[in-house]
Design a protein around this ligand. Structure first.
Ligand code: ZN
Length: 443
């Protein structure tokens, strides 16, 4: 199998080059929608070659098109595996920051650079390489869903799943849009944090006042907001929202502190926050981030006391905590923390529940065995600090399904940033593991 995969990597390079050359950013204000259509049709053509039938484009509620197809097994009792990826990409952002043209797959230092090379076109090519290696020898029923607006967060596929539950029903779902902990270290991501956003507004005065004439006794809305926000962290940097547990621990693979420092790009002398390990802090515990503050910018600011100020906050909600309760706790905390009798209002924004995969079943066992053989080491169980709402929809719609998050997007891939790249060795090893999984998985 390994040799077969190796012999297919030239084709994988060609495929990924073709796909990366299509700027399939699903935002018509930035790129023509025809580019997404081209990418969708490219996916249809390649999976048709890989034996899929019934392939077609399904329009979703946000106007994007999802590619769906099937590849039935000879044995109707064989388990069904749904393969997921997305063909849309992030925009290149700052094009001047790219060392290579973003939409031209370019090899450098053993990696392949280009927008979407990892997220998520590298995973599409991984699926294709695994399927080509297996040829006709596939013992499971396969379904394919490749969505076209994942990066926009507009929820087209989430809605499509709810409306078409039978179409996508499967025993195991490979959500291939994450990555290993590091190159060469196989992993499945088994938890995701949820989120709860709010906007907190402070009102203290009828209007702005001269800081010389009134500064001192006059309640300052911006100072009050700073005071409120400061109560959300303790001296060690732990998130401290009253009523919200912040002492959880992570039981899967550790996230080495040195690796995190380098992945996150800490300036020299800066310390990591919190009294837990890195994996506790980023996967198992809540974290609050101030996303924005409305107040006068430095340039143009005058000697005035602010009458109003507001901030937008993002709370990451760990697995095991209900996101609604976490948002309630945050709202109550902000109101209780208001100093000097100023008026505080809190507006609720986006809410997403955390996700926890059922990881003890036959699909996970088959995947662990496949990863062991392909990588020569044990598969690690990781968390992810961010949310993938689709995983919650899959879990709610198919409570019996085993959902696996995996893929070629390891930390060096710099997904969503300039100079995104993929390690072709990861495509090869994961395609190998995927092929072994599809051969070894039985209900
Ligand atoms: Zn992605």
């Amino acid at each position: 199998m390994r040799e077969k995969i190796d012999s297919l990597m030239g084709r994988a390079r060609t495929d990924l080059g073709e796909l990366v050359a299509i700027p399939s950013v699903a935002d018509p204000r930035q790129y023509p929608p025809e580019e997404c259509l081209r990418a969708a049709n490219w996916v249809v053509d390649r999976f048709a070659e890989a034996g899929f039938t019934g392939l077609g484009l399904h329009e979703t509620s946000d106007g994007s098109r999802a590619v769906f197809g099937v590849r039935p097994a000879a044995d109707p009792d064989a388990p069904t595996v749904l393969l997921y990826a997305h063909y849309d990409v992030q925009p290149p952002l700052d094009e001047a920051a790219w060392h290579t043209p973003p939409f031209e797959l370019t090899e450098s230092g053993g990696r392949w650079y280009g927008r979407g090379a990892a997220d998520c076109k590298g995973n599409i090519v991984m699926h294709l390489t695994a399927l080509r290696a297996l040829g006709d020898d596939i013992g499971v029923n396969l379904k394919l869903i490749v969505e076209g607006s994942e990066e926009q967060g507009t929820g087209g596929l989430e809605d499509f799943v709810v409306r078409n539950p039978e179409l996508l029903r499967a025993d195991a779902i490979l959500v291939c849009d994450t990555g290993n902990a590091a190159v060469g270290v196989p992993a499945a991501t088994v938890t995701l944090r949820g989120l709860a956003n709010v906007v907190v507004s402070v009102e203290a005065l009828a209007g702005e006042l001269h800081s010389g004439m009134f500064g001192g006794p006059a309640p300052d809305a911006l100072a009050a907001l700073v005071h409120i926000l400061a109560t959300l962290r303790d001296a060690d940097g732990n998130t401290t929202v009253t009523g919200l547990d912040n002492g959880q621990t992570w039981s899967g693979a550790p996230y080495p502190a040195e690796q995190f420092r380098s992945d996150a790009g800490l300036v020299e002398g800066a310390s990591l926050l919190g009294d837990g390990t890195v994996s506790d802090m980023v996967w198992a515990r809540p974290a609050v981030t101030v996303l924005g503050i409305d107040c006068p910018p430095v340039v143009g600011s005058a000697a005035a006391i602010q009458s109003h100020a507001r901030a937008r906050l993002n709370l990451r909600v760990p697995p095991g905590t209900d996101a609604v309760k976490a948002q309630d706790a945050l709202v109550a905390h902000l109101q209780a923390a208001a100093p000097w009798g100023v008026r505080v209002t809190v507006e609720r924004e986006a809410l997403g529940q955390p996700f926890e995969a059922r990881s003890g079943g036959p699909a996970y066992r088959a995947l662990a065995a496949a990863m062991r053989e392909a990588y020569g080491r044990e598969m690690a169980y990781l968390g992810q600090g961010g949310s993938i709402p689709l995983c919650n929809v899959f879990a709610e719609t198919y409570p019996e399904a085993e959902i696996v998050l995996m893929g070629v997007e390891e930390p060096l891939a710099l997904i969503h940033a300039p100079n995104e790249s993929v390690d072709p060795g990861e495509i090869a090893r994961l395609a190998h593991a995927e092929a072994l999984f599809l051969s070894g998985y039985r209900k």
